[in-house]
Design a binder for this molecule. Structure first.
Ligand SMILES: NC(=O)c1ccc[n+]([C@@H]2O[C@H](COP(=O)([O-])OP(=O)(O)OC[C@H]3O[C@@H](n4cnc5c(N)ncnc54)[C@H](OP(=O)(O)O)[C@@H]3O)[C@@H](O)[C@H]2O)c1
Length: 353
């Protein structure tokens, strides 16, 4: 009989294609969602059993894992991954899971400057310590999805303003949500082959910031120009967007990693092809799909006014102070923290072989 698999964060970027991919392969899938909405109903219609609950609640996680043999563990983005890890691992130990696939981070390291990255590392170590459970780590870098946060500005104003370094910097071979999910699905379907492995799926091509803007422009049918946005502007934009203050400080560190070329280390690679048997999707394909599915991409007077109003709101927002956020939130700061590509341990795990 086929295993029952729990997909956490099931209504999210990678949770949706992971759930759909497992259902297509004939698995029974329990989809852990926060609420019933259009996203979760789509999963239910495709055949998933919905579990509505709070992933930080031990009671909910234990119930979600009843009669489940395998799980896709995708921590909700936010400052409490270690808490999530403790809840999941405690419940998973009771359920005697056979196999777990975690969505971890390319940057994952015990000594990283970002506490969310150290917590992702801790989650993987805690799962590795489960006595009767095997696991695979899907260590993804900078999602292709991230570039589309600025889709409205690209569509209406022809600009892609992100703090990713110089226009010529080839900083990423962006993977699609679908390919990230396809790697997880393959690992959940065949634990024997994939147990004990860590995979870092990438897209097929290492792209410069100019090339990324050009491809988004082509999908939109207009010229889009990349601008290396200053950090203060990025912080203002995140604040205006209502991003959790702790996450603002973490995303800032991830942008530093991008500028340092960390996501380009040994990228692109052949993980997607090797693990799934399919070619990874190009950024052109991803951009066309996002533009096709997104009403923000339509050029109209109404969308233009909304975008310009949003830009004005960003300019009028006060610049958040990173030290003040760290102090107010009592952040766990380590004295010997480093960027990933300044860490010997990290570099040794990112060798091309
Ligand atoms: N973006 C990147 O470049 C990148 C790179 C490497 C690793 N990652 C990791 O990827 C993970 C995020 O993956 P993703 O993008 O697939 O997820 P996502 O799209 O952010 O989805 C997260 C889902 O979890 C739900 N959720 C949040 N808190 C919950 C709670 N307490 N109880 C129940 N559900 C809850 C959210 O519900 P609502 O939608 O209703 O809020 C959402 O559907 C993070 O751990 C991040 O560190 C991201």
């Amino acid at each position: 009989m086929k295993a029952r698999i729990l997909v956490t964060s099931a209504a999210g970027n990678t949770g949706i294609p992971t759930t759909l991919g497992l259902l297509e392969k004939g698995y029974k899938v329990r989809a852990f969602v926060r609420q019933r909405d259009a996203r979760s109903l789509r999963l239910e219609e495709a055949g998933a059993e919905l579990f509505v609950g709070d992933m930080f609640s031990y009671r909910d996680m234990r119930n979600a894992l009843k009669e489940v043999q395998r799980a896709y563990v995708c921590p909700p983005p936010g400052p409490n991954t270690a808490h999530f890890a403790s809840v999941f691992v405690t419940a998973a130990r009771e359920s005697q899971l056979e196999h777990v696939v975690t969505l971890s981070q390319w940057l994952s390291a015990h000594d990283h400057l970002a506490s969310t990255t150290r917590e992702a590392w801790l989650l993987d170590k805690m799962i590795a310590a489960l006595p009767n459970t095997t696991h695979t780590i899907n260590e993804v870098g900078f999602f292709a999805e991230n570039y589309f946060g600025g889709l409205a500005a690209a569509a209406q104003l022809g600009m892609l303003a992100m703090p990713l370094g110089s226009p010529e910097l080839k900083g990423n071979a962006p993977p699609s949500n679908e390919d990230i999910a396809a790697v997880s699905v393959a690992c959940l379907a065949d634990p024997k082959t994939h147990a004990g492995h860590r995979y870092r799926p990438t897209g097929p091509t290492l792209l410069s910031n100019n090339e990324i803007a050009g491809i988004i422009g082509k999908a939109l049918g207009r010229t889009v120009t990349y601008t290396d946005a200053p950090e203060w502007m990025f912080l203002k934009a995140m604040k205006a967007d209502g991003i959790n203050p702790t996450m603002m400080t973490q995303f800032r560190l991830y942008m530093h990693e991008y500028q340092r070329g960390t996501f380009a280390v040994n990228a692109p690679n052949d993980v997607v092809r090797t693990v799934t048997g399919q070619e990874p999707e190009s950024f052109e394909t991803i951009a066309k799909r996002v533009v096709h599915n997104n009403p923000e991409a339509v050029r109209s007077a109404r969308n233009w006014i909304t975008t310009v109003t949003g830009m004005l709101r960003i300019l009028l927002t006060s610049t958040p102070s990173v030290p003040a956020i760290e102090q107010a939130g009592d952040h766990v700061l380590i004295t010997d923290g480093v960027y990933a590509n300044g860490s010997e341990d990290w570099a040794s795990l990112h060798s091309p072989t």
